[in-house]
Design a protein around this ligand. Structure first.
Ligand SMILES: [Zn+2]
Length: 391
């Protein structure tokens, strides 16, 4: 079978790559509905559909543009991706082209399931560059965005930042996930009942974008029951990078210095939760002129895994009745949401409560299996608080 390579085309000129290598199959992706000659290439050009709001973002942010592209290419099983940008295009974004290109490549490799390779066809591999003036941006580190899904981890992360007197902006993404209703329920609860935490809620709607690649993830498909044996299907192509790219954009325009996620050590399924992934993402942010100074902070990665997060959550007074973890939607009985009990997330949640000698306040339709492998504790709450203070 031919190796599939995804190319992001901006104009007709980018199309000249087609006949380069016989053993490779090029698939072209673009944000324009039709690009001249590509119209004739039926089936070979995939239009990445975006609402006007996101199209404008993609036009203005390189990171958002490539995140939207790589997710589509991954969904369409491309092994490699190619960008056609030239040195001068990249120089507008960064103060060091060579380092920036390398950091974007690392991000794509770390953030995709099969370590996708990204190459810049119009920029020489051995380009060297020295730092131009490093920017002197000033962001407000008293404000933080939280990637908020209504789960245990991001809720504990939000409480942790509130305890450090940060002003919170919860950003919730709707992308066609099965448990969208439950997420909304938890978001609204958080907003209405934790007003003292000084927070605002912002909902980003990516459903239109993900509609055309919903086949690529079990989280988006209604025809599939998620269970522990197919947990790999819980991965949504390049999702976290899209979320972060949008959050970085929001931070840039709202002068927010911190972007916090609830990733913890037991999130082993997705590549875009790993410490290496976060390192690559931070590097990209640091090398961009406009975003230099923004800090990506997976604050729970230092605590350990799910059992440790629950322990910290209890110390902070989190009510886990209003945190939804299951990747399926709930079965509502007498206004109480029942979790499926068969997906890997249910097993992790159930076992993590048990490990703390506690009973999950939310019921299950089926008794989950006990999880055996844990990453284990790393630092305790006081240690983390001191660390945030020093950042
Ligand atoms: Zn479940």
């Amino acid at each position: 079978m031919k190796k599939r390579i995804g190319v992001l085309v901006n104009s007709e000129n980018d199309f000249a790559l087609t006949n380069k290598l016989e053993e490779e199959k090029f698939i072209y992706f673009g944000f324009k509905e039709k690009i001249g000659i590509l119209e004739r290439l039926k089936g070979n050009y995939i239009h990445i559909k975006l609402s006007e709001y996101y199209r404008e973002m993609a036009e203005n942010s390189f990171l958002i543009r490539i995140a939207f592209f790589v997710a589509y290419a991954e969904a369409h099983k491309c092994k490699n991706v190619i960008l056609t940008d030239k040195v001068n295009d990249i120089r507008k974004i960064t103060y060091n082209v060579a380092k920036y290109i390398q950091s974007i490549k690392n991000l794509v490799k770390q953030g995709t399931m099969n370590n996708m390779d990204l190459s810049f066809i119009n920029i020489s591999e051995d380009i060297a560059d020295k730092d131009e003036d490093v920017p002197t941006n000033r962001f407000d580190y008293g404000k933080c965005e939280i990637l908020y899904s209504g789960g245990i981890d991001c809720t504990v992360a939000a409480y942790l930042m509130a305890k450090m007197n940060k002003k919170l902006l919860l950003v919730n993404f709707r992308y066609g996930q099965k448990n969208a209703y439950e997420e909304k329920y938890c978001c609204n609860y958080f907003k209405e009942n934790t007003a003292k935490l000084n927070c605002e809620l912002l909902v980003e709607d990516l459903e239109g974008y993900y509609k055309d690649i919903m086949f690529s993830s079990g989280l988006l498909r209604d025809d599939l029951v998620l269970c522990e044996d197919n947990e790999v299907l819980e991965y949504v192509p390049f999702r976290n990078t899209i979320f972060f790219a949008i959050c970085i954009w929001l931070a840039q325009y709202n002068n927010i210095g911190l972007i916090v996620s609830g990733s913890q050590g037991d999130d082993a399924v997705s590549p875009d939760n790993s410490p290496l992934y976060y390192e690559s993402l931070q590097k990209v942010v640091e090398l961009q002129k406009e975003t230099y100074g923004i800090k990506i902070y997976p604050v729970l990665l230092d605590i350990g895994g799910k059992p440790e997060v629950i322990k910290v959550g209890i110390e902070l007074g989190v009510d886990f009745k209003y945190c939804w973890t299951c990747h399926s939607n709930a079965k509502w009985i007498s206004e109480i949401p029942f979790q499926c009990g068969v997906c890997s997330d249910c097993s992790t949640r159930y076992s993590a409560f048990e490990k703390n000698g506690l009973v999950d306040p939310l019921p299950y339709c089926n008794k989950p299996r006990i999880r055996k492998k844990w990453v284990g504790p790393s630092k305790n709450l006081n240690c983390i608080l001191r660390q945030i203070e020093n950042e």
